[in-house]
Design a protein around this ligand. Structure first.
Ligand code: FAD
Length: 341
């Protein structure tokens, strides 16, 4: 069989990292990324992109922890390299604060991030409305730089990238041997997944270079995440809303909530508003499927539905998707050598 041709649909953090893992796992493959939007116009570009996992009720905790650990280890190595600034990856320390002590004082990811510990009484004085807190150091990806860095790495390995809206995965049959579906919320239409729904998020990106630590309210709704250039202030979680238009009332509400956690933000400048749709479902869809039309087959690997935590687990799920692609190729190669006998 000639070099197997793999199409990855999607150029958000999931599509690009999956394409990279496929190149690393199956170097003999010819990989193409097809997407109707590239950075800076994807959901991934809107994200705060902090490595703090969100629990997926439909996925075993040890699997989520493994995905998170693989992602953390991968990005930690980048943060420790000469490429850190170009890739937009940096370590960041801060606090997660609670009005009441949480049920689970040690989240499953507490031994993956660095230096996780309860906050001291002295530290809690910074947050007079909160009674409990956790301090730790984690990683943050700045987007678009991280997506552009992934694109650059892909191009350097010969991966082709085309702007193309895929109406039906079957349209790729004939051109490609394996198709990988990393369409994010687009999978709702592309494969008719009714279990996939948007959770709308509105955030503000502001200039406030004096804010150096992250602050996250334990309910996950209000957060201040400093990046290399801008600070992301959040947020909202509106289940089922498909609106990409910023809401001015919500902008004011987010700003006021963040200022109550960090009053110095009243001096923030150059405020821009962004909206994204988190591709949410009970669990990430990470599986093989063989589409059939008559006697014709098209192997597909799905990797979408990362909800509110796609950055936190992207490398772990990309590695697993690449392993599934390798299985599809091995099956095709077995079939073609049997056919020759
Ligand atoms: P996307 O980035 O949406 O990419 C999907 C790609 O598929 C795009 O290129 C799109 O054009 C393409 N596509 C779709 N349909 C088609 C089609 N039919 N044909 C061709 N191409 C198609 N996660 C964290 O881990 N930490 C955070 O701090 C964090 N903060 C967030 C804050 C907000 C406000 C939001 C909205 C999300 C946040 N997330 C966070 C979640 C994270 O952004 C998502 O989980 C992640 O970006 C999903 O990536 P994706 O590649 O699956 O989707």
């Amino acid at each position: 069989m000639a070099a197997p041709k793999v199409a990855v649909v999607g150029a958000g953090v999931i599509g690009l990292s999956t394409a990279l893992c496929i190149v690393e796992t199956c170097p003999s493959c010819s990989v193409t990324v097809l997407a109707d939007q590239f950075s800076p116009n994807t959901t991934s570009d809107v994200a705060a992109a902090m490595l703090i996992p969100h629990t997926c009720p439909g996925t075993p905790v040890h699997v989520q922890k493994q995905w998170f650990k693989e992602t953390f280890t991968y990005l930690f190595a980048i943060s420790n390299s000469a490429e850190a600034s170009e890739a937009g990856i940096h370590l960041i320390s801060g606090w997660q604060v609670f009005k009441n002590a949480p049920k689970e004082e040690l989240p499953f990811w507490s031994d993956v991030v660095l230096g996780f510990r309860p906050m001291s009484k002295a530290e809690l004085q910074k947050f007079p409305q909160h009674r409990f807190g956790q301090a730790f150091t984690t990683l943050k990806c700045d987007c678009p730089p991280y997506l552009l860095w992934l694109e650059k790495r892909l191009k350097a390995t010969g991966v082709q990238m085309y702007t193309r809206k895929v109406a039906d995965l079957w349209d790729l049959h004939g051109e490609y041997n394996v198709v990988v579906n990393c369409a994010g919320i687009g999978a709702h239409q592309l494969v008719g997944d009714e279990k996939l729904f948007p959770v709308r998020g509105q955030v503000l990106k502001v200039h406030a270079p004096w804010v150096k630590n992250f602050i996250r309210d334990g309910d996950g709704l209000t957060y201040i995440y400093p990046g290399i250039q801008r600070v992301t202030l959040g947020g909202t979680r509106e289940k089922g809303s498909w609106s990409l238009s910023p809401d001015p009332g919500t902008t004011k509400d987010i700003f006021d909530r963040c200022c109550s956690l960090e009053p110095s933000l009243r001096g923030a400048q150059d405020i821009t508003v962004k909206v994204g749709l988190r591709p949410s479902r009970q669990c990430v869809r990470l599986q093989k499927e063989v589409l059939r039309q008559g006697g014709v087959k098209l192997p597909v690997v799905h990797n979408y539905g990362h909800g509110a935590g796609g950055f936190s687990i992207h490398r772990g799920t990309a590695k697993e998707a690449a392993r599934l692609v390798a299985e599809c190729i091995a099956a095709l190669q077995g079939f073609s050598s049997r056919a020759k006998l």
